[in-house]
Design a protein. Structure first.
Length: 113
C-alpha cells in the first residue's frame, strides 16, 4: 500500500509540474505590441529644376578619382590596401557607402593616393 501511495504522489507531482491541465492565463486586455523605434524617413530627392547652391548653401564638390566596382569577397579595407590609400580616405570619398553593408556591384570612388 505504501508503494502505491508513493507512485501516486510521484504522478501527481509530475502532473502539477506540467501544468496539471490548468487553463492558461489570458493576456491582459488592451495590451498592444510596441511599434518600431527606428523609422526610415527618406531624404527629399532633388528635382530637375533644382540647382546646386540655389538655396544659398555651398554646392557639393564632386570627388575626383577613379571608379572601382565591388566584387565578391571585397572589403573596403582590402580595396584601400590594393589601391595604396588609407581606409579613412576611401570612406571620405564614399560617404554614402556603409562598409558593413557594401554589396557586390557598388561603385566606389578611389581617390588619388
Amino acid at each position: 500500500m505504501g508503494r502505491r501511495i508513493a507512485i501516486l504522489v510521484v504522478i501527481l507531482g509530475l502532473v502539477a509540474a506540467c501544468g496539471g491541465g490548468a487553463t492558461p492565463t489570458p493576456a491582459p486586455a488592451g495590451a498592444q505590441t510596441p511599434g518600431p523605434t527606428d523609422v526610415y524617413l527618406p531624404t527629399e530627392e532633388p528635382t530637375a529644376s533644382s540647382t546646386p547652391g540655389a538655396t544659398g548653401g555651398p554646392a557639393a564638390t564632386p570627388v575626383a578619382g577613379t571608379r572601382y566596382t565591388v566584387k565578391k569577397g571585397d572589403t573596403m579595407w582590402e580595396i584601400a590596401q590594393k589601391h595604396g590609400i588609407k581606409l579613412a580616405a576611401l570612406r571620405a570619398a564614399n560617404p554614402d557607402v556603409d562598409p558593413r553593408t557594401m554589396r557586390v556591384g557598388t561603385v566606389l570612388i578611389i581617390p588619388a593616393p
